[in-house]
Design a protein. Structure first.
Lengths: 133, 289
């Protein structure tokens, strides 16, 4: 019997964290295909010109399309997305990565920036839901 | 004989590249970050490496959508900076080293590392930000580069220990290359950071500094850090630190620390940087004779 270092269910025990797996990657495949299309200036212009028409060219779910239009990054992560793809969208909008990332924390952009300048979020209490440490 | 003469690790935060490109490196926020690289920029002028094996991760710029390689080696004459959604960085095209890359492609597979070979590859900030930090603003990069991309995005990533073993195999492969080449190996990414979810912004200076210490004289401890440990302690993106272990393993058992820098924050990330010299350069080949 081959051994595993820990059960994969442990991945669900990290507070405020969604681990990007192969299954999630597939769920977000068309969303991510849209995101990577924004690596082209012409596509960025077409998207900005008519967001919905541009999104309709991709086989994304209606929920994914709506979350893109809402720039709801938390929702996009829930729907399988990964930040490295999603920043293609925030970069297209001229957002800093910090703004896109901070938008998922429930803090304002200024609050999040201030937290980072003060040394970031402490790992205390953020390691394990079960252990509360 | 080719020899690995030094290992460098650095974070590769995209905002560092943006600050560098937009002339904001002297701002109050960024000046302390860039000051941490003054030493290495001077040092590299006298080291004059011929080739850098640059371990980095592709941030969904050239891979990760249709193909998700665990380890991918760049096999091209040149690698163009990628457009990551705001236009490509205006930095020189990265020049490859076909002969050494082909040798690695052959030797590492023979050594049981089942690499993906990239005959065409655009490189993103993961590769070009470290080059800017080591060499500054230049018309041409002063080295050839062999990009080695590691999946640190989609779980499961390779383990830290697997990365260590790859680094050891790279050391053997380099030393069996007949041409006299001064080779550096760089590990990039990290240190602690998390770019998603309510836990975003996590920074763990204790973990980071303990990792930096371990690179010098406690590498067995670092090899044993599990993926879950990285996720819990250093954030979902902190797991990029496994790429530093490829670099460290390629230097052999004993190293001298030449320079170290640690700073929080750069955007969402703890910046770490270390320069290491193997204590016995070319020892593997000598031992084999």
């Amino acid at each position: 019997m081959r051994t595993r270092p820990y059960p994969l269910s442990e991945l669900d025990d990290i507070p405020g964290t969604t681990v990007f797996t192969a299954r999630r990657s597939r769920e977000a495949y068309h969303l991510h295909k849209f995101c990577m299309s924004l690596m082209d200036a012409g596509n960025r212009a077409a998207f900005k010109d008519h967001e919905r028409a541009y999104l309709d060219k991709f086989r994304m779910s209606e929920e994914q399309k709506r979350a893109v239009q809402d720039r709801d990054f938390s929702k996009l992560i829930d729907l399988g997305g990964n930040i490295y793809f999603l920043v293609k969208l925030s970069n297209t909008d001229g957002w800093s990565t910090q703004r896109a990332v901070g938008s998922m924390t429930g803090m304002t952009a200024d609050e999040y920036a201030a937290m980072m300048r003060a040394g970031g979020r402490s790992p205390e209490g953020q390691r394990s839901i079960r252990e509360g440490n | 004989m080719a020899r690995i003469t030094a290992g460098i690790a650095t974070s590769h935060v995209p905002a560092i590249g943006a600050a560098f490109d937009q002339g904001r490196s002297g701002d109050d926020y960024w000046a302390p970050v860039f000051a941490g690289y003054d030493w290495v920029k001077e040092w590299e002028k006298s080291e004059k490496p011929d080739v850098v094996i640059l371990c980095y991760n592709d941030h969904a710029s050239a891979m990760m959508l249709d193909v998700v390689p665990t380890f991918a080696l760049g096999m091209a004459e040149e690698f163009t900076p990628a457009d990551e959604g705001w236009g490509a960085r205006e930095v020189p095209v990265v020049q490859g080293h076909i002969e050494l890359a082909a040798h690695l492609a052959e030797q590492l597979v023979l050594d049981d590392f089942d690499l993906t070979l990239m005959n065409s590859l655009d490189v993103d900030h993961g590769c070009t930000v470290p080059l800017s930090l080591m060499f500054g603003k230049v018309a041409e990069w002063p080295v050839k580069v062999i990009p080695l991309a590691v999946n640190v995005t989609q779980f499961p990533t390779p383990s830290g220990n697997r990365c260590w073993m790859l680094g050891e195999a790279i050391a053997h492969a380099v030393e069996s290359f007949p041409e006299d080449l001064n080779v550096q190996i760089w590990g990039t990414g990290g240190m602690s950071h998390q770019l998603q979810g309510p836990r975003a912004g996590l920074i763990n200076p204790e973990f980071d500094n303990s990792f930096l210490d371990g690179l010098i004289d406690d590498t067995d401890r670092l090899r044993a850090i599990t993926r879950l440990d990285y996720l819990r302690e250093s954030g979902t993106e902190g797991i990029e630190l496994i790429m530093w272990l490829i670099m460290r393993a390629a230097l052999g058992p004993d190293v001298e620390e030449l320079h170290r820098f640690y700073h929080v924050p750069a955007s969402n990330t703890a910046v770490g940087h270390i320069v290491l010299r193997p204590k016995s350069i070319g020892a593997l080949a000598q031992a084999a004779e």
